[in-house]
Design a protein around this ligand. Structure first.
Ligand code: ADP
Length: 414
């Protein structure tokens, strides 16, 4: 197109020059003027042609440059988008009225919104606090930060930061870092420390009261009455510290697995607890294979089986306890069923929490620490297994465990 234009200007120039020449020759008198005029016109057109070509070359170069710049901008945008979408931080960019201009993937996930662009921050997040933070940030020179609990679509705690730049149009940038798990862990740790202190304080107070009574009174009868109580409380302290140690050991180190004969662990438990069952006049039965090998930590598995069967006997007054072991191929299933007092439904969700007891007085009277089930759950899950409870009040309870068998053959050879 550009080449045609420049050629056209040259051709017009030549025709113009011929015209001038012809008119000059026809008039006769002006020939000496017509020839140089025609030559001048041709030269001028030549210059014009070169000028047009150079302008067009410049234009083409600029078009190329613009296309390259566009390409670079597109590449950079897709790189920034990919980067922002890979972050586990919610990012919003809003205008100065807190209307969303950009939201990365995590921000969309946090609020369950597919396409929040063009909507208001408030409509998408349902958080007046976040909107206020964004609007405040548009007036501030520095980054502002606050902790916000969002309740939609589920409860989440985030650290929200907002800032703006001096560029126009004014934009507000927001980042959201979720700290729900962190806060939950902090709460669990605080509760745990409070619970441990409380559990230790109770027996220590009792011991102190009895000991003080004996200082003031030298009566032998009183001693005979108080000393066994002091010993019971010391036993309780010993059980709590023992269970805490078991829990912390199983939590702090990875499971050391080896060949573990589950049938043998059940036989050991039956022997250990048969006297307890007899004393309460309860039956204690086992149904399942004689030997069943799995890959597990044998001493931790013994702890699991003993805890569950001991609990079943402790919370059963009539009938008895049945133990079942089933080979499921790649897994084993272990059930302990009792005909005991059962557990009311409302307690089931919190049953495996540390120090959680359905009936505090009853548990304490039976020497319970409230740590047994949390130890069991922790060990089972550390072995890649799961635990389930099924209970009906005054009819009984079944605790079921499913565990992967693992590669016990290679372990027994090694
Ligand atoms: P504890 O040392 O108090 O027995 P656990 O952690 O072993 O602590 O058990 C937590 C609570 O769960 C117990 O206090 C008891 O209320 C309830 N529980 C556990 N096993 C049974 C069961 N087989 N039948 C009824 N209640 C049970």
């Amino acid at each position: 197109m550009s080449e045609i234009a420049s050629r056209r200007s040259l051709i017009i120039g030549i025709f113009l020059a011929i015209g001038v020449l012809a008119v000059g020759i026809a008039s006769g008198a002006w020939i000496w003027l017509a020839v140089p005029l025609a030559i001048g016109i041709i030269a001028l057109c030549n210059v014009l042609q070169r000028e047009i070509i150079s302008v067009e070359v410049d234009l083409a170069r600029k078009t190329d440059q613009n296309e390259t710049l566009g390409e670079i901008a597109r590449t950079q945008k897709s790189a920034v988008d990919a980067f922002a979408d890979g972050l586990e931080i919610g990012i919003f960019v809003c205008d100065d009225r807190a209307q969303i201009a950009y939201a990365n993937r995590f921000a969309q996930l946090l609020f369950g919104f597919e396409n929040p662009l063009g909507r208001s921050l408030l409509a998408v997040t349902l958080s007046v606090e976040l909107e206020q933070l964004a609007l405040n940030a548009s007036q501030e020179a520095s980054v502002i930060e606050t902790e916000i609990t969002f309740s939609f679509p589920k409860e989440r705690i985030c650290v929200a930061r907002a800032w703006t730049t001096t560029d126009l149009p004014r934009r507000i940038y927001l980042s959201l870092v979720e700290i729900t798990d962190l806060r939950r862990m902090e709460r669990i740790r605080k509760d745990f420390v409070a619970n441990v202190s409380h559990e230790l304080r109770t027996p220590m107070t009792v011991i102190r009261v009895y000991a003080e009574s004996m200082i003031d009174d030298d009566d032998k009868k009183l001693r005979a009455k108080y000393l066994p109580r002091i010993i019971t409380e010391i036993d309780r302290l010993t059980s709590i510290t023992h269970d805490l140690l078991v829990l912390s050991t199983s939590e702090s180190s990875p499971v050391r697995k080896g060949p573990c004969e589950f049938g043998g662990i059940i036989r050991y438990t039956l022997n250990l607890l048969a006297p307890q069952a007899k004393e309460k006049n309860l039956s204690l039965t086992y149904e399942g294979p004689e030997d069943l090998d799995i890959e597990a930590n044998a001493s931790q598995m013994t702890q699991v089986v003993v805890n569950l069967v001991e609990n079943a006997l402790k919370y059963t007054n009539e009938g008895g306890v049945d133990i079942h072991l089933t080979d499921l191929g790649e897994f084993i299933r272990f059930d302990v069923t009792d005909t005991g007092i059962g557990i009311p439904d409302e307690h089931l969700p919190r049953l495996f929490e540390r120090f959680y007891r359905v009936d505090k007085a009853r548990s304490r009277a039976g020497g319970g620490t409230g740590l047994g089930l949390s130890i069991v759950k922790h060990i089972v899950e550390a072995h890649g297994g799961s635990i389930h409870v099924d209970s009906a009040q005054n009819r009984g309870t079944t605790f079921s465990i499913v565990l992967p068998k693992g590669d016990f053959n290679s372990l027994s050879v090694g």
